[in-house]
Design a protein. Sequence first.
Length: 883
Amino acid sequence: MPDSSTPPRTIRLADYRLPDFLIDAVDLAFDLREDGATVTSRLTMRRNPATSDPAAPLVLDGQDLKLTGIALDGEALGANRYTVDAEHLTVTDLPGVFTLDITTEIAPQQNTTMQGLYTSGGNFCTQCEAEGFRHITYYLDRPDILARYTTTIVADKAKYPVLLSNGNPVETTDLGGGRHRAKWEDPFPKPSYLFALVAGDLVAVEDSFTTRSGRDIALKIFTRRGDHTKVDHAMRALKASMAWDEQVYGFEYDLDLFMIVAVSDFNMGAMENKGLNIFNTALVLASRETATDGDFQRVESVVAHEYFHNWTGNRITCRDWFQLSLKEGLTVFRDQEFSGDMNSRPVQRITDVRRLRAIQFPEDGGPIAHPIRPESYIEINNFYTPTVYEKGAEVIRMIHTLIGPERYRKGMDLYVARHDGQAATCENFVAAMEDASGTDLKLFRRWYSQAGTPEIVVEDSWDDAAGRYSLTLRQSTGPTPGQPDKQPLHIPFALGLLDAQGRDLPVRLAGEAAPAAGTRVLSLTAAEQRFDFDGLAARPVPSLFRGFSAPIKLAPQPRDRLAFLFAHDSDPFNRWEAGQQLATQLLLEGVAARKAGQDWRLDAEFVAAIGRLLDDPALDAAFIAEATALPGESFLADQMRVIDVEGIHAVREAARLAVATALRDRLLAVYRANDDHGPFDVSAAAVGKRALKNAALSYLGLLRDDAEATALVLAQARGAQTMTDVLAALTVLRDRDIPERAQVLQDFYDRWQDEPLVIDKWFALQATSSLPGTLDAIRALTRHPAFTLRNPNRARALISSLAMGNPLHFHAADGAGYAFLADQVLALNAANPQLAARILVPLGRWQRHDPGRQAAMQAQLDRILAAPDLSRDVYEIAAKSRA
Ligand code: PHE
Ligand code: ZN
């Protein structure tokens, strides 16, 4: 905030109050023009019988609106009956039941915030979550107000042939004079954040889905002309999601029409508006030439995610924004499970855990750490976080793990039976799970209120005479802002015990009859707890927290155990994990050695283990690709008390080179064996082959003096038929200072200059280079004709790729990376506060850097905080990061 004003207000969960009024129906009419839009709204309202104040005034939310008309029960309202300030319209002396007619003028063409009604590429679209609707008209803009909507849209017929809103189309009329009108009706009461409108020149790809009860649903995906060739994958994913939700959850779609619209200017990934999902083009368009396999997978999971929201989010919504994880954590868990069923389940889990560790663990250990159900916020847009989403999904997964799939399903059924059509709370959800399963979740509820990542230390002992193996677990969670003291959590502990050949043994607690061999889920509920296991002939090897059964940090385990599990664990996640943990220990040792000026070499045994994995015919190719990759620089940094930026990079690259050098011929053979030129598809098998081939390439590409390897990289960069392969080769070249590099990058640009999503990759690639001079190159790219801060995808491609994907240059010791990021935050602050606040987050992670970097990061935060007219969004992140 400017120093002249007081800091913005903090909103608290503890202050939640029922609304004084209810809205039964909303009739909206939009007149869309080139110079603005007129919105008329008729609200059918009554006082809420459940509140205590029968004389309360009506306080509607509204921002950046010009009020041009207001009438009560059809009569213009006198000026003494209402007041308008920057954020509200207040009406006094209202009867018990009434209608209010409100007319506002808005300026969608000038709206750069991408909240409310705005234009993108000449088309109109909306984004109302969380509080965008108040930028369209005065309203009770809170999720516990559920109303029936009808929407009428009038616009130029030639420029905007397609007019869409939620629900079902009821009428389209040619108005003459080149204008037309469409009317939509949504029979399901909904909160304002699920309202959507689209008007534009769009083409639709159509399909249909027959539900299990035999209803035919029309499916339409709208894009700009030309992009309609890239929606097959999204359509397939949509139909698969609809079928999966019926099979796994018993959820059937409820309208006759389901629409997706692709928009190129969008702050987030996608939005679950009732019947009319709006997507960032990056998460709906995919073709073999323009999208990587990773992109294909993200499209599939986000299409599913938004579709799944129809039940978990829309039919049952959130009472208030503190309950955001009620819909987001649950829906992320649902989309992760869907993706696990569609693709390789172990690789899906590995990908999800990698992501959690890369983005959520640092958040939980940093200045904006918060529980999955936060207790306060300044700007709700800042709380669409990895904690609410990804950790929220882990919390649902833990319930699923603790009570098992059948009782979890009973819990979901009960949750829906109790709350369909309502605005609910996280507590409602847990209560349903508890009641349906008969499992006490009292202690488990702490996951909703306690922030931070628990750390677990495990000790074991073996009593040969008794044949008894014991594990003692200790849990602790470090302090987070506002939560100095933590309590023990209820942690599901999935355990396997292996014999010397790597076979699973029965996990038999002392005093029990022997269960079948395999994983057993135990409950850790105390700060310290011992588990005794009987019936063992010899000391077993424990496989701890299989499948990552809880979002915890496990203290380093003995190396011989990790090496054994890396070779033998039957749980594929833990097999991968053992390799990652082993590599982490080795690499961190290397970092320490380098710092002390000592020699270090990657352990030959570990290299040999990677070699054995590479061509193990029993393993899935996608799994091998994951298991042979070393942990990333950010993950390694997260394991250090004081981060050694250059050391981590240097040692990790040296280790990669050691693997490449030692295994060169095997890598080449793996490359060739997986270089498939058959017809393109994104089946798990085909994706796995490409992943393994490119894993081999990324090692081979490090062999600078190996002409054969370099030729392979260049040939793939120039001639590959899929974006996956092209980008894999470019990623190698990105970090190689060879003459061909510039030309290959230029050719790529020339070829794809009309495909914005591919040009985003071109920017991101250069922003993540490790070559010297990268920051200068990035600065130069901000002046490239194709660069603009106004398009969120483009801004993120250059700026967030540096700040989140290039630790070496973002954390350059001279602080230039920090200054660059702060410049961009300030440049975006006014135009798009939501995006500005998001790209700022990495500047707040100064706590574990050396004093010089800490000071440089803090100086940039101070510079931001001193700027005039700081948005609430940026203020909140900068102020909390500085504290
Ligand atoms: N609710 C959207 C989703 O997850 C995310 C979103 C939030 C989009 C806010 C736009 C604005 O699924
Ligand atoms: Zn969501």
